[in-house]
Ligand binder design. Structure first.
Ligand code: SF4
Length: 336
């Protein structure tokens, strides 16, 4: 179903949003700076991750790597350790590769096209950094903005389709008052994050309720349209917590594959000879379209594993905070 809208928002809508944003914006650490490096780091962290979860990571990351040069020269394992827990670790690796390019070219790129050319930067991040750090007139289109614009313009097109996205981006672009792209983009994202919520949008508090066509037609709860593409796959897995003294058995993922260099506790299928002693706990974890139900068992090995089997290491528990651990392993070991 695709019903292109004929309702076009304008710069006056952007100005209303801007006034609201200046009064109501949440104070977030990346809004206190114009440093393109810091804004870029925040935008990469905010991909796929909630604002509240990002704040402590952002502060720690900037403390440890305050400049592109500091990030470019750090050991990769240290970068992954500081990122550990945020998930989607290719983001951290791309950040470091991009930081090296920034250092090589002698400064942060200042055009949309050059920012877009950095590893790990897509159209959304390039538009966000270009507009917020440099005031360039590029509309951002993330999930929040798509929801807001689909409602304001009452566009029932599938937001998974390129045509709908282009229409919504055009509509957002027309909202940007001259010289105010960065703040207006943030205002649209803020509206989506705080009032124009996926369920039960808080239209009574909305600064652009009078301009919102979906509200006028009473269909705001039906938008945006998102057609289902992939079903979630349920996966049951058993993880083994095998310890001796203060050491735990871990394996490091091989280089070249997904999450290369990260440490994990073994799955039961990898060590069929291990004998379970008791269940420690259960938890759920999602990766892409896989929904894991994980059971963690205390286990022992009938043979002394000294040295550890090939691919595994005995790791002192005191070292765990300094290692890049997969999020599933962090949950399994109940680490923060
Ligand atoms: S009026 Fe309601 S649906 Fe429309 S933009 Fe505001 S919060 Fe969203």
């Amino acid at each position: 179903m695709s019903v292109p809208s004929t309702h076009f928002p304008s710069q006056s809508l952007g100005e209303i949003l801007l006034g609201w944003f200046r009064r109501m914006a949440r104070r977030l650490p990346w809004r206190e700076t114009k440093d393109p490096y810091a804004i870029w780091v925040s935008e990469i962290m905010l991909q796929q991750t909630r604002v509240e979860a990002v704040i402590p990571y952002f502060e720690r990351f900037l403390q440890r790597f305050p400049t592109p040069a500091a990030l470019a020269t750090a050991p990769e394992e240290e970068v992954l350790t500081v990122w550990s827990g945020l998930g989607y670790y290719s983001r951290a690796r791309n950040l470091q590769r991009a930081a090296r390019m920034v250092v090589e070219r002698g400064g942060f790129p200042q055009t949309y096209e050059e920012i877009l050319a950095l590893p790990g930067v897509g159209e959304y991040t390039a538009a966000a950094v270009a507009s917020i750090a440099f005031g360039l007139p590029y509309a951002v289109l993330d999930g929040n903005v798509m929801r807001v614009m689909s409602r304001i313009t009452c566009d029932f097109g599938d937001i998974g389709s390129l045509a709908t996205r282009n229409r919504l981006r055009d509509a957002a672009q027309r909202c940007l008052p001259p010289g105010e792209a960065g703040s207006t983009n943030q205002a649209l994202m803020e509206l989506g994050a705080t009032l124009c919520l996926p369920r039960n949008p808080r239209c009574l508090l909305c600064p652009v309720a009078a301009q919102c066509r979906a509200r006028a037609e009473g269909v705001q709860d039906e938008l945006p349209t998102k057609l289902r593409r992939t079903d979630t796959v349920a996966v049951e897995t058993t993880l083994l917590q095998i310890e001796r003294d203060r050491q735990i058995l871990l394996r490091q993922r091989p280089s070249g594959g997904r999450m290369a260099g990260f440490w994990e506790i073994p799955e039961a299928a990898e060590l069929p000879q291990a004998e379970p002693i008791e269940e420690v706990h259960r938890f759920r974890h999602s990766i892409m379209n896989r929904a894991y139900r994980c059971t963690v068992l205390h286990a022992v090995n009938p043979e002394p594993m000294d040295p550890a089997p090939a691919g595994y290491s005995w790791v002192d528990r005191s070292r765990l905070p300094d290692l890049p651990l997969s999020t599933m392993t962090r949950k399994a070991l109940r680490l923060k």
